[in-house]
Write a protein that binds this ligand. Sequence first.
Ligand code: SF4
Length: 471
Amino acid sequence: MENINTMEAKKQQEIINVLKLQFAEMEEKEGRKKTFHIETFGCQMNSRDSEKISGILKEIGYVETDTEEADFVLYNTCTVRENANNKLYGHLGFAGKLKKKNPDMLIAICGCMMQEHEAVENIKSKYRFVDIIFGTHNIFKFAELLQTRLISDRVVIDIWKDTKMIIEDLPNDRKYSFKSGVNIMYGCNNFCSYCIVPYVRGRERSRNPKDIIEEIKTLAADGVVEIMLLGQNVNSYGKNLDDPITFAQLLQEIEKIDGIERIRFMTPHPKDLSQELIDTMKNSSKICKHLHLPIQSGSSRLLKIMNRKYTKEGYLDLVRRIREAIPDISLTTDIIVGFPGETEEDFLETLDVVGQVGYDSAFTFLYSRRTGTPAATMENQVEDNVAKDRFDRLLKLVQEGSAKSAGRDEHTSQKVLVEEVNSQNPELLTGRLSNNILVHFKGDTSLIGSIVEVYLKESKGFYYMGELLDL
Ligand code: SF4
């Protein structure tokens, strides 16, 4: 008995095949292919979803263009911060004008913001020219939604509250030939009190390890050498599987895949980062020496109100064990300043952790009230000027820490994945170390996508200038 996911994948592929014939006829008639453009906001999960939609559009017969002046435009939205929504409305204002000039143009919106009822109602009332609206749970249905719009000539809105479905084997269009994001799970059950993600990305569901391994083997055969495993909280991987395996066990299986030389993952939650995972990273020759470990606050009192499920002491002990096992690991983090109720004492605890850990870098955020989250209605919202002052003090300390750790690999030779021609200087190539730091060096563009040995001549703070060693 075929499972529902496989049947759905077949159904969507059949629709893609039908549209393909239709678009081939249109191309013949109009003498040109239809063009598409995708604007992606937010995180790597969104970028991965956009690659899937781009894959479907290309298979149907569209060609990609880098401007919104296209026959089909999709906005893949983020809603993690209140102002993310405003970005979309700005683009829709422009898209509306374009559609006046080209009434056959199709405009679609998907992603996290569309999981919010108010946002969808706002678009239905103020941006009536939008043709297709869907959310985060039914990205795989895109071809069907497009077909419905083309047949019905009416606005198509299809937003799911949640889903247990995971649809594999649909087209996808990777941005890079040599590296790729790989979803291992979707959704989040953590409900940190400031975060909207669990409400827009649904409950945690892990992909079957066989499907993940299969996908990575296919990527390796296709020339991919580096993969980024993606999940809101990768440590929770496997918990809802019929035969549960841990994230560390999944990594051990991926390690065996020939052709894959580097493994990265995003994002591990400190509450359940296991010793098993630390030991797996230590014993691995492929897992990169970089860990992004969001702390958010250094105050155990505030961490409790944030519902982060770990304490300052627990986090510092975790860092100690990680550094014991992998001394040259690069640690980065996320920190929120100005969370409701944050006192000067709480903030000093945050500075204390930053001082003790000495992060290579940190994403620092001013708390942004997010409607729909528990924190948004909490009392003791911190005044803007107080939060701003703390933000500046934190940034100063983080930069001091980065400056101290920057350059620690100067005058050593390191393996570098060559990623692109340097955007500032076309004579240089840009590559990335295992610890995620950038290196610029002279070399032939044929090296892009390969891992080479580079001597790190000089540190420039957040990057190195290097010299390619004999191949
Ligand atoms: S772990 Fe917390 S911050 Fe991260 S996505 Fe889940 S709820 Fe949001």
